[in-house]
Design a protein around this ligand. Sequence first.
Ligand code: FRU
Length: 732
Amino acid sequence: MKNVVSKQWLWLMVLMAVLSSCSQGGRRYKIGVSQCSEDIWRDKQNAEMRMAAYLHNNVELRFAAAYDSDARQVQQIDSLVATGIDLLIVAPNQIATISPAIDRAYEKGLPVIVFERKTSSQKYTAFMSADNYEMGRVMGEHIARRLQGRGRVMEVMGLKGSSPAIERHKGFMDALALYPDIDVVATLQGDWTEQSAIKAIQEYSGNVENIDFVFGQNDRMAIGARKALTAINPSSSTCYCGIDGLPGEDGGIQLVCDSILDATYIYPTHGDQLLQMAVDILDGKPFEKEVRLMSALVTQENAKVLLMQNEEIVRQTEYLDQLHTLADNYLHQLDTQRLVNLLAIALVVLLGVVALMLYRYHRQKIKLHEERTKMEREQLDFYTQAAHELRTPLTLISGPLDQLAQADDIQHLPKESADLLAIVRRNTANLSQLVNKILDVQTGHSTDGLTSHQIDEMVVSKAKEEDSDPMATQGELTADADAPTLLVVDDNADIRTYLKTILSKRYKLLEAADGQEGLRLAKEQVPDLIVSDVMMPVMNGLEFCQQIKRDFITSHIPVILLTARALSKHQIEGYESGADAYITKPFLPELLMARISNLLKSRHQLHDLWTGGSKDQKKEEVTQPMKEDAFILRFKAVMEEKMDDSNLSVEDLGTALHLSRVQLYRKVKAITGCSPVDLLRKARLAEALRLLAETNLSVSEIAYKVGFTSPSYFTKCFKDEYGKVPGEARMT
Ligand code: FRU
């Protein structure tokens, strides 16, 4: 049972695993993003990466911002790697300081994308950025163009040591070197923040009057410089240029549009492109190792158009975002639905398993019950057999002993022998009781607290009261020619011999060793009564009894079953097979005699079929024969049909009923107490009596009509039967 359960659980778990693996899809990617700072440019880029990740539902992004601190960024990179990311995207704060952390990640086998700012190491998988040198150069040319080659210019640089600051400066200076009349009056140091530019200008000791152009290396620093210089000289006409060109309210494009900045340069964020590159690398798809992002200058001429385009992009993005939220909801619902389905399947499987287990348990229970019942039956059979084996010899000891004790010459025995005989008798009785008790306990039955021996004694004492023949005279009787015939059927020859010693004094005996032989004898000889054992070879007593009761010839014969099968259940079986009495071994001979005597006495109930009842019974009772309907009706019909045939013989009747002379004689005698000849005469006389009463026919006519050949013989017989002559019968 335990095995069955564990096997079924195993199946269930395998099924769940298969189902859940089906629902998971491909490999999940964890991508770490290490940003050197946090500002609107970085926010935009991060947002673009998040958007792009929506397209890949197997991508998980982990962001970290170092707030322009080298140490913090190094620590953040190490932590991201430790969390088990699959790829690192990094914008290093400065060229040299962050390289060791990037190298460590790369050396662990992690793909690394360096973007926007450079590292001093070559240990990266790919690099993506716009051309910062070109930006500085374009911005230098723009200013030179606006100043028509003459004027005073100031530059505020980004964080010292960061690659864009170095490259933008170089490009800017290279462009202005072509214009000797343009004077770069100062190159101040900022750190990409607005505040750093304000501070740099405030701390600048040189002359800030008549500065025509300020190039802030990003828009925020350009605004900071503007604020600082305007504070010093509110009426100054200085122009400001920056880099980043972000869209949105506070972005550089709007500032150009509002003439706060003269120009800016779009520094592309392209977070979506960055994420796609990461996924391609993780998917093992081909990718470009160095990607240069294209960009453009924003001036008064194109700022408005760019703003409009940006607004459109924002609108589309919002729309996409809504679509995504919607899709996300659907996906969520789908996930829930899938989970519900999985749970439902699991539940069905579980219920199936439970049902199967219950079914098996139920079947096992039935099997166990059947096995137990079979065992009990076998046990019962064994004890029944044992009872038979024990009770039969006991019967053969106790019976003869009882007879010996009742014999006349017992008085002549020496006292010692008589005492010994008494001891043997007492102990035989004890042994009988003991055997009964043991068998009753073993089979779980009790004969209502009495041993069968005790019951036998009770019955026999009652039978003795009823029996007119005193048992004491039994020994003197011998069976005469008219004595009833008994058929004894038992496979045990000793039992048959013993029964013979008991019964032969009063009855003529026939013997058979099994049911089949018994049946043959019974049909042939039609005995008055049958005493049969139950457990016999060839045909047992129950089958035998049924056959006797079923057969037309023998059906009237009383059957006594004499057996060691003492249980109530066995007795019921016996009576159901049609037995008239059931006596258990060991038995008292007196009990058997009493039963036989009673059964023989009550068999002649139908002796007067035509004259209205038996000698002692009323007509209503006799005209309702119980078991003999078929035989009696046929017998009567044949007799009535052939009544006027004076030559009708017993043989003729037998032939009509398909019975031999002996069979007919015994059957009729047993049922009615009369011979067939007597019965035929009684039938003729009964018909004559009816004709005398109901017709005007003369006595002679009636005599011939009912089959008498001589009216005088008819008159004699009539008088014998009814005690008066026919003439007298007519007058009354
Ligand atoms: C954003 C930013 C930009 C600048 C770039 C240089 O963090 O400061 O304003 O263009 O970084 O790396």
